[in-house]
Design a protein around this ligand. Structure first.
Ligand SMILES: *[C@@H]1O[C@H](CO)[C@@H](O)[C@H](O)[C@H]1NC(C)=O
Length: 346
């Protein structure tokens, strides 16, 4: 999936993605797997890049992102279509030949997914040809965002076009088992930003170095977590010059290429809410960061806006809170105050 988002009349954000209906099943009793169990089942529009398009469209309603994707001519497709009212939907292919992508996710408690079934055959319709048909829009866009669900040849077309037109490319890894996908193309520095979580960063770093890391002590303490994340990110840096590592409730680690030494900063979160909803939090973080970046704000404020946007998702039962708005971004001074104990240079 990828996303392109409009930011001013002359530059647009482009989001390229596969829109997905997600069915979340939160099971109350998982002791006996051989029975039908009671639970809370929620049907929700999803897909990483769709979430980002949704959030950016709300944060920047005066300049909606342009979304490229495919949906089926079915009730799930209608639901997705309606969920993107505030986004430019001209790039969405409606087809009667495939059903809308669907993902069924089983959740136990607040720990995120334990099991998922992806039905995403429709992704094969997001072809390199579809990308080339959008070359005009891509060449005018300020940031192109894509996720890992689209086919590899399509990723290649995106990256080649973006290099040709010197477009900033943001890759949201989607899931640890597909994080390496665009890196198999061997197009060094085609991706400008990557926003992995710890597990995705670790897997990508192992892939790029060809090493297998010993199991690390992720939950032992924050310092160990940060040291590991820093070391992994430094291995990824020759391939991607800006790495925004989302570390859940701890905060965000930013690693940037510089002319001399790499810049490594950890922004610690002071707000540690009980999670209402873990889905969409990373997508909101990326969306806030991207909108702030497009408004010319310095890195620190991009992180702050990203973390504030993520926080809105954490405390909301919705994946992308409907309360996100442009007003929220411009009128709330706290958006620009760091919800952080401070920056730590590593
Ligand atoms: C979608 O389905 C409806 C009927 O269910 C039909 O009238 C319409 O032409 C279809 N559109 C496409 C693009 O297939």
């Amino acid at each position: 999936m990828f996303i392109l988002l409009s930011c001013s009349l002359r530059s647009e954000h482009l989001i390229m993605t596969l829109a997905v209906i997600a069915v979340y099943a939160n099971c109350y009793d998982v002791d006996d797997s051989n029975k039908i169990t009671a639970g809370n089942v929620v049907l929700s529009p999803g897909g990483v890049a769709r979430n980002i398009a949704d959030a950016i469209g709300r944060l920047q309603s005066n300049n909606p992102p342009y979304f490229i994707g495919a949906i089926g001519n079915d009730s799930a497709g209608t639901l997705l279509w309606n969920s993107l009212e505030h986004v430019n939907r001209d790039g969405i292919l409606l087809t009667k030949n495939c059903k809308t992508a669907c993902c069924a996710i089983e959740i136990e408690g607040l720990h995120g997914p334990t099991f998922a079934v992806n039905d995403m055959d429709i992704h094969k319709l997001i072809t390199p040809k579809m990308i080339y048909e959008h070359e005009g829009i891509i060449s005018k866009s300020s940031v192109l965002i894509f996720d890992a669900n689209i086919p590899l040849e399509t990723m290649k077309a995106i990256l080649v076009l973006c290099m040709k037109h010197e477009i900033t490319v943001w890759f949201e890894p989607t899931d640890w088992n597909i994080v390496t996908k665009p890196f198999t193309l061997n197009l060094k520095n085609a991706i400008t930003y990557i926003s992995p979580n710890f597990k995705e960063l670790r897997l990508l770093s192992q892939y790029l170095t060809g090493k297998t890391y010993e199991s690390d002590s992720l939950y032992r303490n924050l310092n160990t977590l940060l040291e590991n994340a820093r070391d992994y990110a430094l291995q990824v840096l020759p391939f991607v010059p800006n790495i925004v590592v989302t570390l859940g409730k701890y905060g965000v680690l930013m690693v940037k290429k510089n002319s001399n030494n790499p810049e490594i900063m950890f922004y610690e979160s002071t707000e540690q809410h009980n999670k209402e909803n873990v889905f969409g939090v990373g997508d909101c973080m990326a969306s806030g960061y991207i909108v702030a970046m497009q408004n010319g704000l310095p890195v620190e404020q991009c992180i702050s806006v990203g973390m504030n946007t993520a926080l809105q998702s954490v405390i909301s039962p919705q994946t992308i809170p409907e309360t996100l708005s442009y007003g929220f971004l411009t009128k709330s001074p706290q958006m620009f105050e760091l919800p952080l104990t401070g920056r730590i240079y590593l």
